[in-house]
Every structure is written in C-alpha cells, then in structure tokens.
Design a protein around this ligand. Structure first.
Ligand code: ZN
Length: 345
C-alpha cells in the first residue's frame, strides 16, 4: 500500500510500505479522507512535536475516516462496507486510567502517527490502515468522509469544553482561531455558552470564526486594546480556553478571567517551563486545568456530526490528493489561506 511517510523534516515521501497482518480484534479500513493537524505540520516542518523527535520513518496522520474492507476473526458489530471515523487513540483498556474511564491518560497509549514512543506508532495517511474494531465508529451516509475525519479534532474540543466545566450561560474566551479554536467555539455554543470571543494574531482565520458564529473576534496583533479592556474590574470571562500554544497568549488570559473563573490549557506549548501569572491565579482563585486529547468524547463528536448538531463546514478549507502532499502541508500551514486541509487518495 502507498503511504505518506516522513523521513525527516520536509522529507515526506509517498511510497510503498508493507501492510501488516490483521489481528483478530482488528479491521482494515480503506482510507477516505485525512485531516492535516498542527502536530502533523510540526513533524513535517520541524521533524518533531514538542519533546518528540522523529527517529524513524513515520506515516503521519491521525484524523482519518474510511470504509471497512476486512474484519478480524473476532470482530462483531462492524460490517464490511461500513463508513467509519477512526479514533486514533489506541488505549490499552486494562491500566488503572483506562479502567477509571480516563483512557486519554492511558499508561500504554499507542496514538496513531505519533513519535511519542519508540518504535513510533504509524499513522493513517495510507491507502489502508489497521485499527482495533473499537476504534472505528460508524457514520451515516450523509456525513462526508472529510466531515467524518473532523471527528478527531472535534473530540479534542468536546473534551476541553468538558474540562472547562459548566458552559451554559457563561462568557467564554478562546485564544487561537485555528481548527481547534474554532471547533472549541462551536462546541461551547452547542453547550450553551452565552458569549464567545476569540483572539488571533491573523485576521483571515478570525473571519472564519465570525462565519462560524463567534460573537466577537479580536486581532491581538492590530487591536490589542480590544482584549485589554476586559482586564478592567478584575476580569470579565468565566472561562478561557488556550488553543494557541503561545506562552504570551496564555499569560494574557489570566488578566481577563474573572475571580472564580477557569483557564483550560488545550494548545501544546514549546518544550520547557512556561511562565504563569501565579499571583493573579492565587488572588482570583482561578482554576488552571489541562485538557489532553479525548476519550469517550470521540463518540460524542461523531454523534454531533451525524445528527447535524455541529456544522464543521466553516473550517473545511481544501481537499488535495496524497500525491500533492507537500503542497497540501504548505497550504495547511498558511493561516491566511487555510484552516483545515484534507488529503485523499
Ligand atoms: Zn490504559
């Protein structure tokens, strides 16, 4: 089968790789569409994500949908021909965190397309991929493969919004109008947020956020005072969600969150120690929590998409063949032109 294999930074090759044998509890999925994520971009442009270096050829991709074409001998509940969203989290199902219902914190996680462990776990940008049956969630025919592939980033947003606590009636600030930031806005709205503002350094993605129904967009590069006015009277927002991975953005959030509010770290920061205004956190009794990937929220995300409760079409920017993967990665990294780019074979 052909796959998009990263050998080193900016050395992405479409090449034939051997297909491994199907396990009894696994299915083989024919690739439908695959979204390019910020971590794929980081692997592609830098050869690493956070603290994880690419140390062997790595098939990228973890936002994948497709069609089931072969079933392992013990698989039930999935049929050949089923259209599925593939959950890239392959948790062990047996460790203490898995048993406690927090599989995203699994001690033995094998996440598709990740260099976090060695040997690396290969990803989903390949003509076929093999996943455990429980990783494959059927989607109805009216959900396109591209939309189904958005289940993964949408699940990240659903999990982060759950970590934010009650959202109904609350004022919410989102830092970063990338795919995750905009999906956070869509989920916060679905969960009843009364007022949603979003910040970015670039105007183009803010226009997409407006089209997605965000109440206020703030370009902190050209109009920082628009955010600073919320610092008055000990802050304004009940909830702030950090989805930029920028230390400066994180620090700015504590000033505009009201006493008793909460800051959720969703974005991945650069390696090392990131400063936090701890005295504001202390004096306002702000809760600062992390949100990492998702667990049961993958099913919730598929439900939202299947039932039309969340419309992700505002973030769908382009659809490009795997043979043009280099161009697709360049487009996906251009924040003036794209939010979410999908690959197809
Ligand atoms: Zn586990």
């Amino acid at each position: 089968m052909r796959a998009a294999v990263l050998h080193a930074a900016k050395d992405l090759r479409i090449e034939d790789v051997p297909e491994r044998a199907l396990g009894a509890d696994e299915v083989r999925v024919r690739f439908g569409a695959g979204g390019i994520c910020g971590s794929d971009l980081s692997y592609y442009f830098k050869g690493r994500v956070g603290d994880f270096d690419v140390r062997q050829p790595l098939i990228l991709g973890h936002e994948v949908s497709g069609t089931v074409e072969a079933l392992g001998t013990s698989v039930s509940g999935l049929a050949i021909g089923a259209r599925v969203a593939v959950n890239p989290s392959r948790a062990c199902l047996t460790c203490d965190y898995c048993r406690a219902g927090r599989g995203n914190l699994c001690r033995n996680m094998r996440f598709f397309g990740s260099a976090a462990i060695f040997p690396h776990v290969q990803g989903g940008f390949s003509e076929t991929l093999i996943a455990r049956a429980d990783q494959c969630v059927p989607v109805p025919d009216h959900v396109s493969m591209r939309v189904a592939a958005c289940a993964e980033p949408l699940a990240v947003a659903v999990h982060a919004c759950r970590r934010a606590g009650e959202l109904a009636g609350r004022s919410v600030l989102i830092a970063g109008a990338g795919p995750i930031g905009i999906l956070l806005a869509l989920v916060a709205r679905r969960m009843g947020a009364a007022f949603i503002a979003i910040t970015d350094l670039v105007e183009a993605p803010l226009a997409v956020a407006r089209a997605a129904g965000v109440d206020e967009t703030i370009c902190v590069a050209t109009a920082p005072e628009q955010l600073e006015r919320y610092e008055a009277d000990k802050g304004y927002f009940d909830i702030a969600l950090e989805a930029t991975g920028s230390p400066q953005a994180l620090a700015s959030l504590f000033k505009v969150v009201r006493p008793g509010g909460r800051v959720v770290q969703v974005g991945m920061m650069p390696p090392g120690v990131i400063p936090v205004p701890a005295n504001i956190l202390m004096a306002r009794e702000i809760d600062f929590v992390g949100a990492f990937r998702f667990h049961g929220e993958f099913q919730t995300a598929v439900d939202y998409l299947s039932r039309g409760l969340i419309d992700v079409t505002p973030i769908l920017s382009a659809d490009m063949p795997m043979g043009e993967a280099d161009a697709a990665f360049v487009l996906a990294a251009d924040r003036n032109r794209a939010i979410k780019v999908h690959l197809t074979f």
